[in-house]
Design a protein around this ligand. Sequence first.
Ligand code: SIN
Length: 522
Amino acid sequence: MAMTRLRTERIVIIGAGLGAISAALALAPRPVLMIAPEPPGQGASSAWAQGGVAAAMAATDSAAAHAADTVAAGAGTVDAAIADMVTRAAREHIAELTDLGTPFDRDAQGGYVLSREAAHSAARVVRVKGDQAGRQIMDALIAALARTPSVQVLPGALLTGIEARDGRATGVVIEAAGGSAPVTIEAPAVLLAGGGSGGLWLHTTNPPRIRGQVIGAAARAGAVIADAEFVQFHPTAIASGEDPLPLATEALRGEGAWLVNDNGDRFMTAIHPDAELAPRDIVARAVFAERQAGRHPALDTRAALGASVVERFPAVAEACARAGIDPVQGTIPVAAAAHYHMGGIETDARGRSSLEGLWACGEAASTGLHGANRLASNGLLEALVFARRCAGDILAETPAPAHCPEVEIAFAPGGHAPAPEAVARLRRLMTDHVAVLRDRAGLRRALAGIATLEAEEPAPVFHAMTATATLIAASALSRTESRGGHCRTDHPEPDPAQARRSRLTLDDALSIRATCAATETA
Ligand code: SIN
């Protein structure tokens, strides 16, 4: 197949969500080529974020308290120095987003309205109109991007690989989103900010294309992946039958909404002293168990919010209306859904991956902030902080070019899109064996099944997905304990000896997989 090869002196950014755009702005006026399947802000998880940004804005709160909550939620594997650095930077980022025009909710005195979310010791989530934070922050950043001529945006293109030589990333391989012959773009620096892995499961709150491809492409080039087994399932995705499932933000529970089953039991009160505001993994497992038992868990916003839910949480109300659910008169059926991957491309405090020339931020990265269980609304904060750190480090490491024209790409016909059934079977395997509850037999079956699917479907982008699926399942098999979002029914307790982050290359994961493929029938 014809392969086009180009060279640019622009910094290549993969992704067009919060991390990608923030980094492109911070790199200006250094020329950037931003590559993503959709235009900026579309198809990005950050634009769908309903909760907001966690930041200790109240006079009675502190970055130290925010860092302590982050460490506690992460169940023994958070990097405390990273938590300290990120939480200290939060205020400055909120001030800058405000200056860029983000219309954060304000009280009568002009202070930020702060929401309480699970496992925070204080109301600390800065939000916009109930559930509009992600969208409104992205709109402010997209407007700034439009005023930044140093950024060339190339929508309609998918990452299918990273080129690396002698431990250094030298460029990216892309295809047209609708399929084309591959194009290799050599570049002095590559920043991966293209999202996590939620779409590897049948129930997810992530936008449709987010299926672990970016993490998988980095792993296939040799980058170390950290904490792959830690995936956060959100307890209150709206069980509307859509794919992906819409979110019913945790802020609703922060406002006093309850979880009930169809016997009318408020089941969280028997499980945790914080009831609906218990850590997210605990609530997700409870919702999952209710569904497994056929008891139809649902969110009841009626006593807490009444008819005001429609105006105060417009995205939730709109998703309910689409599914014929009336949250004012009745309850909202919910399911646990893959929401956020704590694991990803291992980075240091500057956002550097284990490959020279390759940086990562946002959900694609694993910086050590989230540990085994991300504290609510720390995701957008981490993307903001690390986007800027990556940009600063790239500028320091990469000499400014004398001349840097826009890149012209004409995609030629060709390529190989994955068969939809192969993607559906991969998602089924992950849902059946690598989801909220895991055990050795299921994880081994999943690994054997992933190997079979990979052998049958040659599309490079599918192999990026199966690389991430393999890393998640192999890491989950290796962690013989339960911790945060990783719950092993055959090892239900945490093991103090395993209270550390995991690190795996794809070769390591493939060796584990090979032992399963040899002995299991998928
Ligand atoms: C939510 O609004 O419930 C999600 C917030 C988050 O994932 O941080």
